[in-house]
Design a protein around this ligand. Structure first.
Ligand code: PLP
Length: 393
C-alpha cells in the first residue's frame, strides 16, 4: 500500500488531506514524492519558523539525543532551564515557564493558573474566562469550549463551565462580573482570519482588567516566536499580560508548548504536570531556535524579509484588486481577504499545482505564514508561482 492507502485504512479521518506527500525540505522549499518542488508559504502552520531541515537545529537535536532524550520532570533538565531563561529574557517580562507539548496544552495550563488564582484570591470563587468570537484556542475539551466559534461546540459536551464570549474587545467590560478571573485573547486572530486587534483597544483593556483585578491571558501560540516582528505580539502592542502561551514556532518542528506567567506562586508541586513536556529533545531544539531567531532579529534581517514579503503581498493585491478586497495581519503573519470562499479554494488548489503552498484562514482569507528565515530567492519564486496560479484562474 502507498502512503495514501495506508493513511485511509489506518488513520482516523480527522483531516481533509491535500493529495501530496512531501519527502524532504530545505529552508522554505519542499520536494514531493514525484520530485516536484514547492515554495512553502505555510511553514507547517507557523511551526518551522527557521525553515525545514535547519542545520543548526538538527545538529543540536542529534548531539543531544546521542546523550539523553528523556528523563522525566522529577529531575533537573538543563536545556529546559536554559530554554525558560531564553524565553523569559526575550519577552522582557518577569515571568516563569511551564513546558507542555502543544498550544492547546499551553492554554490548558493558562486556564488552570487563572482559575487557581481566582479561587485563592478574593472572597468569591472567580472562575469565568471571557474569550472573543472567532478566536481559536485549541482542540481539547476545555480549549474547544474556550474557542469562540459556535460550530466547534457541537458534540463532545458537557463542556467545562465558565466560558463567556465577547463580540469584540469593546464588549468585554459589559461581561465582567465578580466571578470573572481572566480574559483570554489572541492579538492577531490566526485561524479566525489573520485579524489583528486594535492597539488602543487592547491597551485600554489591559488597564481596565488591572483596575478590576482580572487577569489578561494572551494566546501567542501563533503570534509568538517573532512572527509579528518582536518575540511576542504583546511587545508589539506594548502591553504586559499576566499569562502568555506559546507553542508552534518556538520548537522549529519539535512539539512544544509553554505557559509563562508573572504569577509565580500560584501553582505548586503537584498542581500541574506533563510526562513529555520540556524534555531534552524539545527544549534543546527550542534553545537553538531561540538563538537563531534572536540573531536574525538583531541583525535586521527579519525586518528586511518581512518588508520584502509584505511588499510582494501588496503588489499581488494591487494587481488583482478585483479578487483581493483587503490585506490583513502583522509581520510575517499576513493574509489577503478574497472576494468569496469559492475563489479562495481555487487559488489554493491552483497555487499547489503551480508549486507554492498556502493556507486558508476564517471563511475567505488567503493566509501567508512562511518560515521567518525564507530567502529572497524563495520569496521571488513563490510569488511568481502564485501570480501564475491566479492568472490561470
Ligand atoms: N491557539 C492558537 C492561537 C492557535 O493558532 C492554535 C493552533 O492553531 C492553538 C492555540 C492550538 O495549538 P495546538 O494545535 O498546538 O494544540
Amino acid at each position: 500500500m502507498n502512503t495514501q492507502e495506508l493513511d485511509k485504512k489506518y488513520v482516523l479521518p480527522t483531516y481533509a488531506r491535500v493529495d501530496v506527500e512531501f519527502i524532504s525540505g530545505k529552508s522554505a522549499t519542499l520536494i514531493d514524492s514525484d520530485e516536484k518542488k514547492y515554495i512553502d508559504f505555510t511553514s507547517g502552520i507557523g511551526v518551522v519558523s527557521v525553515g525545514h531541515a535547519n542545520e543548526r537545529v538538527n545538529k543540536a537535536i542529534t548531539e543531544q539525543i546521542a546523550k539523553i532524550t528523556h528523563i522525566s520532570n522529577l529531575y533537573n533538565i538543563a536545556p529546559q532551564a536554559k530554554a525558560a531563561q531564553k524565553i523569559v529574557e526575550a519577552s522582557g517580562y518577569d515571568m516563569q515557564c511551564f513546558f507542555g507539548n502543544s498550544g492547546a496544552e499551553a492554554n490548558e495550563g493558562a486556564i488552570k493558573i487563572a482559575r487557581k488564582y481566582g479561587e485563592i484570591n478574593g472572597e468569591v470563587k472567580k472562575y469565568k474566562i471571557i474569550t472573543l468570537n472567532h478566536s481559536f484556542h485549541g482542540r481539547t475539551i476545555t480549549t474547544v469550549k474556550a474557542t469562540g466559534q459556535e460550530s466547534m461546540h457541537n458534540y463532545f459536551g458537557p463542556f467545562p463551565d465558565g466560558f463567556v464570549y465577547a463580540e469584540n474587545i469593546a464588549q468585554i467590560e459589559s461581561l465582567l462580573d465578580n466571578h470573572t478571573c481572566a480574559v483570554m485573547i489572541e492579538l492577531v486572530q490566526g485561524e479566525g482570519g489573520v485579524q489583528p486587534q486594535d492597539k488602543e483597544a487592547v491597551k485600554k483593556l489591559e488597564k481596565l482588567l488591572k483596575s478590576r483585578g482580572v487577569l489578561l491571558i494572551v494566546d501567542e501560540v501563533q503570534t509568538g516566536g517573532y512572527r509579528t516582528g518582536e518575540f511576542l505580539a504583546s511587545q508589539v502592542y506594548g502591553i504586559t499580560p499576566d499569562i502568555v502561551t506559546l507553542a508552534k514556532g518556538i520548537g522549529g518542528g519539535v512539539p512544544i508548548g509553554v505557559v509563562m506567567t508573572s504569577l509565580k506562586g500560584v501553582l505548586s508541586a503537584g498542581d500541574h504536570g506533563s510526562t513529555f513536556g520540556g524534555n531534552y529533545l524539545s527544549t534543546v531544539a527550542t534553545c537553538e531556535v531561540m538563538d537563531i531567531l534572536k540573531e536574525y532579529k538583531e541583525s535586521g534581517d527579519l525586518e528586511i524579509s518581512t518588508l520584502f514579503f509584505n511588499q510582494a503581498v501588496e503588489k499581488l493585491q494591487n494587481k488583482y484588486s478585483e479578487i483581493f478586497t483587503q490585506k490583513v495581519g502583522i509581520g510575517m503573519m499576513c493574509g489577503l481577504r478574497v472576494k468569496d470562499a469559492e475563489t479562495l479554494t481555487k487559488i489554493i488548489t491552483n497555487a499547489k499545482e503551480n508549486g507554492v503552498m498556502l493556507l486558508k484562514a476564517g471563511r475567505n482569507t488567503l493566509r501567508f505564514l512562511p518560515p521567518l528565515t525564507i530567502t529572497k530567492e524563495e520569496m521571488d519564486e513563490g510569488f511568481k508561482n502564485l501570480d501564475k496560479a491566479i492568472e490561470s484562474l
